[in-house]
Design a binder for this molecule. Sequence first.
Ligand code: ADE
Length: 250
Amino acid sequence: MGGPTAIVSALHEELAAVLALMPDEQAQVVGGRTFWRGHLHGHDVVAVLSGIGKVAAATTATALIERFGVQRIVFTGVAGGLSPGVNVGDVVVARHFLQHDMDASPLFVRHVVPGYGRATFDAHAALTAHLVRVSEDVLRSLPAQWPDEVRNAFGLHAPRCHQGLLISGDRFVSTTAESEALRQELPDALAVEMEGAAFAQVCHDYRVALAVVRTISDRADDVAHVDFPRFLREVASRYSGAIVETLLNE
Ligand code: ADE
């Protein structure tokens, strides 16, 4: 596949982990975003923060494709678990994406994106299968190397890799009432975040390959499960750094 690979991080901590793997990155500012062009294990890559929310994410995706000619995009970030078995410290790799706040009814069926005749967009099958394999390997090996204190702090005893529907919307879901409503409405949804489905729509438009992995940082409810900054630093950014490194090293 020609053209560079984009590594898109939702969080500063994750981007820092990716930049630490790049020996030669050069910054270029487009649309107020800093894109880092360079190499990672010999691959031509562009690393960037996604921006938060669907509009920021769509702009970043479009700039990556139009200005940097990327042909495949790997996205890492965190998400709130929705499905009953999707717990903090697990990982979700998206097979499909949906915008849970898209509602043009009664003109269109709820969640259907007008002009597309569909509510869901697909991840790239082969790139996603590779991402699942790598994520499973990282989950098996990485937490086992950490001190008991870190594993106990976040309950990381047998973290799992799930694959399926990831939903996105312009809302941080932080009440049990809201996550329960999403579960009722979209029972297949594994996890919720704010950007993936926007990337998927842009990648569909341009026929660019997309794969997304999200570490579960919360259960999208009223309970403050974890020390969020510590979780990002000690778990999520380590997972994503190791996943990106392994993916590009194979
Ligand atoms: N990203 C991480 N947790 C989330 C949540 N609960 N809602 C939306 N985006 C998230």
